[in-house]
Write a protein that binds this ligand. Structure first.
Ligand code: ADP
Ligand code: MG
Length: 388
C-alpha cells in the first residue's frame, strides 16, 4: 500500500516540476499502546510508529520562495522565506509554516524548495497525522540542506510547531513519528525524554483500530481543562509531599490521602494519572514476559479510567469497548488519543479479525447510525529517507 502512495507522490512531483525529487521522506503516524493523557503529565507512555505514512518529495529550487503541494487536498501554498511567518486561514499550511518558523527561530539557514506530499494516515482519528506532517516536513528540509538536526530535536521542534498552530500537545506524537523502530514499542519518560525500546511481540493477536467516525466538539476545551485540573492537583500534592516532583513520584495512597483537599474532579484526574503511569510499567513487564492477556486487561482498565475518572470518553467509544469486552477473541480494548471520538485500539485474536469487524460494524450502525471504520495497523519505523 505504501509503495502505491510513494509512486503517486513521486509521479506528481515529476509532473509538476519536470524532474525526479532529490529526497523522498516517509513519515509515519503512531499508535499508543497504553499511557493516555500522560505525556503532558510527565509520566511514561508506550507508543509506536505505524505502517501508515505521509510521503514527501523535495528538491531545492535555488530561490527564496518555497512551493508546497498537498496532493490529497488538491491545494498548495507558497512562502517567501525572507518574510515573517504568520498563521494562515488555511489550517493545514500552518503545521508547515510552524516548522519553517521553528527553523528560523533556531537560526538554521536554508533556501527555497519545492515539496509535494500525500498520505494514507486517516486524518483526525488519533493516529497523529499532524505530527507525521510536521516531523516529515522538518526531516526532509534537514536532509535537503544538511542542517544536521538530531532526531530528538526534530521531534521537539515539531511539537513546538504544533503549539504554534494552537494545540498544546505533549511530546509523544512527534517523538514516535521520528524515533519509532520496526517491531518495537517505545517507553518514553516524558519528564526526562529518556526512552527504551521493548519488543512489540503481540503473539497471536493483531492490532486493530476501530474508528468511531465521530469527533465531539468538547475535545479542545476538555483537553485544556484536564491539563489545568492536573496542574491544580499536582500543586496540592506537592504542597503536602514536597518530595514529589511530578505525578510519577506519587503513590495511589498519597493521592487518596488528599481527597478532602481536592474537588471531586481534580481528585479523579490525579488518581487516574497515577494509576495510568503504573499501568505503563506493568504493560512493559507483560510485553517482556509474553503475557499478552495481562496487557489486554490493562488496556481495558485504562479505558475504564479514561471513561469514569478522566472523563474523556463518549457514548460511541464506550459502546465499542463494552461490546468487545464480551468477545472471547478480543483481549484488550480502549479509546486511544485525546478522546471524545477517534479510535479504539484492540488486541484481536488472529483469524477472528474479519468476524469481529463485521459484527461490530453492524451493531455500531444499529446503535448510532454511523459507519464504523477499521484499520489494521502494523508497527513500522520512524521517519526515514526512501531510497529511490
Ligand atoms: P490527527 O493528528 O489525530 O490526525 P489533527 O486534527 O491533530 O488530527 O491533525 C489533522 C490536521 O493535519 C488536518 O486537519 C490537516 O490540517 C493536517 N493534515 C493531516 N494530514 C494531511 C494531509 N494529508 N494533507 C494536508 N493536511 C493534512
Ligand atoms: Mg494531531
Amino acid at each position: 500500500m505504501n509503495e502505491i502512495l510513494i509512486h503517486k507522490t513521486i509521479n506528481h512531483f515529476q509532473e509538476k516540476f519536470g524532474s525526479a525529487p532529490e529526497k523522498v521522506v516517509l513519515s509515519p503516524g503512531r499508535i499508543n499502546i497504553i499511557g493516555e493523557h500522560i505525556d503532558y503529565n510527565d509520566g511514561y507512555v508506550l507508543p509506536a510508529a505505524i505502517d501508515k505514512i505521509i510521503c514527501f518529495a523535495f528538491e531545492k529550487n535555488n530561490s527564496n520562495q518555497s512551493r508546497i503541494i498537498a496532493i490529497d487536498l488538491d491545494d498548495e501554498f507558497e512562502i517567501d522565506l525572507a518574510d515573517l511567518v504568520e498563521l494562515n486561514e488555511k489550517v493545514w499550511t500552518n503545521y508547515l509554516r510552524g516548522v519553517i518558523n521553528q527553523l528560523k527561530i533556531n537560526g538554521f539557514v536554508f533556501e527555497g524548495f519545492n515539496c509535494v506530499f500525500s498520505s494514507n494516515i486517516p486524518v483526525g482519528s488519533g493516529l497523529s497525522s499532524s505530527a507525521a506532517l510536521e516531523c516529515g516536513f522538518l526531516y526532509g528540509i534537514n536532509e535537503l540542506f544538511n542542517l544536521d538536526i538530531k532526531p530528538i530535536d526534530i521531534a521537539l521542534m515539531g511539537q513546538k510547531a504544533e503549539h504554534w498552530v494552537g494545540i498544546n500537545c505533549g511530546i509523544m506524537d512527534q517523538f514516535s513519528s521520528v524515533l519509532g523502530q520496526e517491531n518495537k514499542v517505545i517507553k518514553i519518560d516524558c519528564r526526562t525524554l529518556e526512552f527504551e525500546y521493548h519488543d512489540a511481540n503481540f503473539k497471536d493477536y493483531s492490532l486493530i483500530l476501530f474508528d468511531s467516525n465521530v469527533k465531539h466538539s468538547l475535545f479542545t476545551s476538555a483537553y485544556n481543562k484536564r491539563r489545568e485540573e492536573c496542574e491544580e492537583g499536582l500543586a496540592i500534592i506537592k504542597n503536602n509531599f514536597p518530595e514529589v516532583g511530578s505525578f510519577r513520584d506519587c503513590s495511589k495512597s498519597q493521592v487518596l490521602s488528599l481527597k478532602d483537599q481536592m474537588s471531586e474532579e481534580v481528585f479523579k484526574r490525579c488518581y487516574f494519572v497515577v494509576k495510568e503511569i503504573g499501568r505503563v510499567v506493568k504493560a512493559c513487564e507483560a510485553l517482556d514476559n509474553g503475557k499478552i492477556e495481562v496487557l489486554g486487561q490493562l488496556m481495558f482498565e485504562t479505558h475504564e479510567g479514561l471513561s469514569k475518572e478522566y472523563e474523556v470518553s463518549c457514548d460511541e467509544l464506550d459502546f465499542l469497548v463494552n461490546i468487545v469486552k464480551s468477545e472471547e477473541a478480543v483481549i484488550g480494548s480502549r479509546l486511544m488519543g485525546g478522546g471524545f471520538g477517534g479510535c479504539t485500539i484492540n488486541l484481536v485474536k488472529k483469524g477472528h479479525e474479519e468476524d469481529i469487524k463485521n459484527r461490530l460494524s453492524k451493531l455500531y450502525d444499529h446503535a448510532f447510525g454511523i459507519e464504523l471504520k477499521n484499520y489494521d495497523v502494523k508497527i513500522g519505523k520512524g521517519a526515514s529517507l526512501y531510497k529511490q
